[in-house]
Design a protein. Sequence first.
Length: 236
Amino acid sequence: MATRIYKVKDVDLLLASKTISQSLTENIADLSMVRSTWTAEYATDLSEKIDNAIETHLGIDKKKELRNATANLKSIQIPAMRDLSFIKTQIDVDFGAQAKEVLTNLGFTTSLRKAQSGSQEALIQLLYSFKSSMTEELKTTMVSKGTNPALIERVISYALLLLDSNVTQESLKESTKAISEEAVTAFNEIYTEISGICKIASTYYQYEPLKKEQFTFSKVISNMGQTKRAVQQPAT
């Protein structure tokens, strides 16, 4: 009987591996310079291998949604962080001495730095706090000072989008069935390949903490778990 060489759930392994393979694709221009076998074609093949493992071995009826759930989370994080940064800067400029109090009430003080470091939990907390604390009075004041109301509404919408995407991800993660020996062998191969990628890429990015985290398997797994806790216990 094949023995798992990893210590996480099978579906968590594949979800994390999918995330890392996406990071490889996004950074292939850099990484191909230090490892000739890492080409765009290789990155595509790896992503497809993980998709095939999900489809063939997990037996999830909504396997397409599972494959896309992490991508949805990632696609929301980038524009959300950009818009939050725009709003913070405008609050700093427009509110002067009161800016610190406004930012604290909206959740920036406690969550922004961690969110900027890639924590999904912190981003969910920040968006939830922003949505809960954005009163009509504050919104009117911000708009009167020059902030685009569409920007405020877009940030509020991210809270629901991110929470909905993560709920979808977590519900799909619970819908696995018994795994065969053939599947464990396939999963072990993926883990071995992803571990090698992480070891090399994290070394390459050792002086770029945010990118290094994208290739640190334990960090990717940890962020997935943090997001689940954030959905269960949203900030108030």
